[in-house]
Design a protein around this ligand. Structure first.
Ligand code: FAD
Length: 530
């Protein structure tokens, strides 16, 4: 079981057994590597210093996308790889990675012309091998305004519709972590790597602090992969191997408004007029908008949207859409994430490549940075190929086959199966959409369990038993996304959730007070902009 009740046995294994591979970081990159390595037969551990997906992997635009704008930077290899991965990841978790048609309005005075856009999107479809029925369609001005009547019409000259996918980044990460666990990996959250152990100047393991139980111990591992996202350079420093290339962190902010404040009919990717492009994406009862892209050197533990960040996004919305102007006070929630990109001299934040890179130190530490949520599987394959090629060539290990390991169990095999599953529960009403797209087939168990308790508590019980929830924030932010997309539901269920957590996790009254305060701070930070 992947539950708080089994955590101490996972910790015991970390301390007592030697591992082939230790992965540092429980974001999408580390999760993908742990799954790939464990499924090929490597004995794999993963440690995450906060909760799984605490870092960038819960703060993205939540798209499984090919990165249209990288065509402008001539990154054809990147677009081909992540573009083709979209359909693969959709197939692995059809309830969680959903097709989303994107509208790209074209303007007289900003952005690209129709001919260039038509060619660019054709190339995008071709590089990614998009099925003919999903390939881009160019629209006239009339068709564009019909697709999205909310667009400010004056400057529109036409548009295009093209195919992408949307997801929930934190849930995708936790599902991959759970799948890695089912395949034999030992992933543990709230465990920080504080240093490394060496023999003959080669890494032999890591020292770790259990942040939940407050103890320290060592893990023995033949190889270590540093997949710490924005923290990658800190671990390279701890290994004394931060030489040559370094990270360049850029901050990206998203804001969430109630759907009625920005009632777009579909996802839109629009040009702001300053060389940047922004997404507006409807999701359940909200629309979210992002992102910014600015160089960042503040605290990595608490990244928040500032007033200039949200003013920029609100201005972009008001310039692009008609109707009542949006104001900062309409914002319900927000999040801010850091892109762990590789520094390139003289390039601005948005010009930096999104390609991943692998660094190897003389001590044997393998670090991976850059990349996209969408490309996690291919990044993992490259890292594990390298690990096996260098250290385990003598073993009979499988080749990468994560393209055929569904990331939920039991999972769905197609979108239509997801839709027919939803129809099994007419009595549940519209919330079935949220439940199925969040928990997959486990929605059935949650619904059955909610017959004698509140639905939120039935969800909590499932997450406690199956998803290693150790705090109220794990539940409200990363397992359910309530802080961002259903803040009213979160506020009204804080007390019952804390009561259950107190009893299930044997918390003291002080711990409950601290958790309550943390939730209040999170709500404040996501809705107050300085
Ligand atoms: P992280 O998710 O940050 O994970 C690293 C983890 O390591 C953290 O959880 C951290 O707590 C842990 N850690 C750090 N130090 C230690 C330590 N000492 N011990 C143990 N654990 C440690 N990509 C897409 O494909 N689609 C998108 O729509 C998209 N939108 C984006 C929008 C924004 C604003 C941003 C910032 C990025 C976006 N990306 C997108 C990129 C994508 O989100 C990232 O590439 C990806 O999430 C990075 O994952 P990661 O696992 O490398 O890093």
């Amino acid at each position: 079981m992947f539950s708080h009740t089994t955590r101490s046995s996972h910790l015991n294994r970390l301390q007592s057994e030697p591992f082939d591979l230790l992965v540092i970081g429980g974001g999408i990159t580390g999760a993908g590597i742990a799954l790939d390595a464990a499924s090929r037969g490597l004995k794999t551990a993963l440690v995450e210093k906060h909760d799984f997906a605490f870092g960038t992997s819960s703060r993205s635009t939540k798209l499984i996308h090919g990165g249209l704008r990288y065509l402008k930077q001539l990154e054809f290899g990147l677009v081909r790889e992540v573009g083709s991965e979209r359909a693969v990841v959709h197939q692995l978790a059809p309830h969680l990675v959903l097709p989303e048609k994107m509208l790209l309005p074209l303007y007289e005075k900003r952005g690209f012309g129709s001919i260039l856009t038509s060619f660019g999107l054709k190339l995008y479809d071709w590089l990614a091998g998009v099925k003919p029925e999903d390939q881009r369609k160019m629209l006239t001005r009339k068709q564009t305004l019909k697709s999205e009547p909310l667009l400010q019409p004056s400057d529109i000259k036409g548009g295009a519709i093209y195919a992408e996918y949307r997801t929930d980044d934190a849930r995708l990460t936790i599902e991959i972590i759970k799948t890695a666990f089912r395949n034999g990996a030992v992933p543990v959250n709230y465990c920080t790597v504080t240093g490394f152990t060496y023999a003959d100047q080669k890494i032999t393991g890591a020292t770790v602090k259990d942040e939940y139980g407050d103890s320290s111990f060592a893990i023995r591992a033949k190889t270590i992969v540093n997949a710490a996202g924005p923290w990658v350079d800190e671990l390279r420093e701890a290994d004394n191997s931060k030489k040559g290339k370094r990270l360049h962190l850029t901050k990206g902010v998203h804001i969430v408004v109630p759907r009625e404040k920005l009632p777009v009919k579909q996802a839109i990717y629009f040009d702001v007029g300053d060389g940047r492009m922004i997404f507006a994406i409807p999701r359940d009862r909200t629309t979210y908008v992002g992102t910014t892209d600015t160089t960042y050197d503040g605290s990595k533990e608490q990244v928040v949207a500032s007033k200039p960040d949200v003013e920029y996004l609100v201005d972009a919305i008001n310039k692009t859409f008609q109707g009542n102007a949006l104001s900062i006070s309409d914002i319900e929630s927000s999040w801010a994430g850091l892109r762990p990109l590789i520094h390139e001299e003289g390039k601005s934040a948005s010009e930096l490549s999104r390609k991943d890179e692998i660094f190897e130190s003389a001590t044997g530490l393998i670090s991976i940075a850059g990349g996209k949520l969408t490309g996690y599987r291919k990044m993992a394959e490259r890292v594990v190929d390298l690990v096996i090629g260098k250290y385990f060539e003598d073993r009979k290990l499988k080749r990468c086959y994560t393209a055929s390991i569904p990331i939920t169990n039991p999972g769905f095999s197609s979108q239509s199966e997801v839709e027919s599953f939803k129809r099994k529960f007419p009595e549940v009403g519209p919330v079935i959409n949220y439940l199925v797209h969040t928990y997959g087939r486990a929605a059935e168990q949650i619904i059955a369990n909610s017959s004698n308790k509140d639905l939120v508590l039935a969800e909590l019980e499932y997450c406690l038993d199956n998803e290693m929830v150790l705090s109220a924030s794990d539940f409200f932010i990363r397992r359910t996304g309530s802080l961002f997309f259903n803040i009213g539901r979160m506020k009204s269920s804080i007390e019952p959730v804390l009561t259950v957590l107190k009893s299930q996790l044997s918390w003291t009254e002080d711990k409950v007070l601290a958790e309550r305060q943390r939730l209040k701070d999170s709500i404040k930070l996501s809705g107050e902009f300085l």
